[in-house]
Design a protein around this ligand. Structure first.
Ligand code: SF4
Length: 381
């Protein structure tokens, strides 16, 4: 069921999104009613174009809509144009202080610059960066971080707090507004979940710019994933946020997966197979945990949105299968029941179940893809 249909039938699932203005990062729209995009960042040396392109491709395959690449030196911006040409998704060049790297990245094909205009230096330099962005179709992300707030704001407020972060963001934004440059989005990240949420809530009231959400330096896969789900989940549920990055000390591909999981949990994006599975107990008719682990791996390549319930026994199996595209419920005697769109289809032995489920999901994905492409083709005609 499409997201809109879900919320029509079940209004308690509806999220009323804050209406921000729409900007673009290359072909990806950010803000307005555009889908909430998922970002990640490379951690290869940017000067190593081949390694960076390989990582960007892995991130795009995992579903990243936008990828950020650091440009700390001229070797990085020199490699940027080769990287941008090969990248399947638009790139954000991450610039700190060195305004010339910003100009070089804009000229080398960056779709967006992450740069804080207030940190560039003289107004002449700011103007140069903004014209490079304008002339090359680049947007800008103002990225305020609680850990690097301007000294005057720290003196004024005593410590990083939501008011200081919002004031910093609005000061940077004013510089762009004064130059009549409106293609910008803003982030106000902190590693503390409370500070992050409060800062974004206040910022959402103070501007109509699209917001890039993130809990920065969140930690490893599990702790960082939980923190991000709490911080980003809280904001997204309240309708705040237009693009997200989950920051993890882990393979960046995991950032994309966690980002999607957060959006999928809130019904804000659908991508890939959403497996609903029980925790298992003594009633299980097959090894639920191992099966789910295998299915997650085997179905990782599927990008069409398909729901799949894998439930150990009839206590919850038929009920969950009723609301998923495909389902398997464990039974007795080494076999279980396969469901299609909630209807019991056939008994399948535990030995054959994984292959049958993978085949059924891949079949459904192929049909959905063909239908989607036909609909897109006829819409374009
Ligand atoms: S669905 Fe069945 S196997 Fe799974 S946890 Fe519940 S009772 Fe146990």
């Amino acid at each position: 069921m499409a997201i809109e249909e879900h919320t029509k039938v079940r209004p308690w699932r509806a999220i009323d999104r804050r209406r921000s203005r729409r900007i673009h990062v290359g072909p990806v729209a950010v803000g307005g009613d555009a889908p909430i995009s998922v970002q990640s960042m490379t951690n290869t040396p940017t000067a190593d174009a081949a390694a960076t392109i390989e990582q960007i491709t892995r991130l795009a395959d995992a579903g990243a809509d936008i990828v950020r690449v650091s440009c700390p030196d001229t070797d990085s911006t020199a490699a940027f144009s080769e990287i941008a040409k090969a990248s399947p998704v638009p790139l954000v060049a991450d610039i700190h202080f060195h305004y010339k790297r910003g100009i070089e990245a804009a000229e080398a094909g960056a779709a967006c610059l992450r740069i804080n205009p207030g940190n560039i230096g003289s107004m002449d330099r700011v103007r140069e960066v903004v014209s490079a962005a304008r002339n090359n179709g680049c947007s800008i992300r103002i990225g305020v971080n609680a850990g690097s707030l301007e000294r005057d704001l720290l003196e004024k407020y005593g410590e990083p707090c939501p008011e200081a972060m919002v004031e910093s963001a609005l000061n940077h934004a004013r510089i762009l507004d004064d130059l009549d440059f409106r293609e910008y989005k803003i982030s106000v990240k902190a590693s503390d979940v409370f500070l992050t949420v409060a800062a974004y809530q206040a910022l959402a009231e103070a501007t109509d710019a699209p917001l890039h959400l993130g809990v920065t330096e969140a930690g490893g896969l599990r702790t960082g994933g939980v923190k991000s789900a709490l911080g980003l989940g809280n904001l997204l549920w309240a309708g705040i946020g237009d693009t997200i990055r989950v920051s993890l000390s882990a393979d960046p591909v995991e950032e994309v997966k966690v980002g999607y999981d957060i959006l999928k949990s809130l019904g804000l994006r659908t991508r890939g197979v959403n497996i609903i599975a029980c925790p298992s107990c003594a009633r299980q008719g097959f090894d639920v945990i191992k099966t789910v682990e295998i299915l997650e791996q085997r179905l990782e390549h599927v990008s069409e949105p398909i729901s799949l319930s894998i439930i150990g026994c009839v206590v919850n199996g038929p009920g969950e299968a009723a609301y998923t595209d495909l389902g398997f419920t464990g039974g007795g005697k080494g076999a279980g029941m396969l469901y299609f769109a909630g209807a019991a289809d056939e008994k399948v032995s535990n030995e054959e179940m994984i292959e049958r489920i993978v085949d059924a999901v891949e079949d459904k994905a192929a049909k959905m893809k063909a239908e989607r492409e036909a609909a897109e083709k006829s819409a374009a005609e």
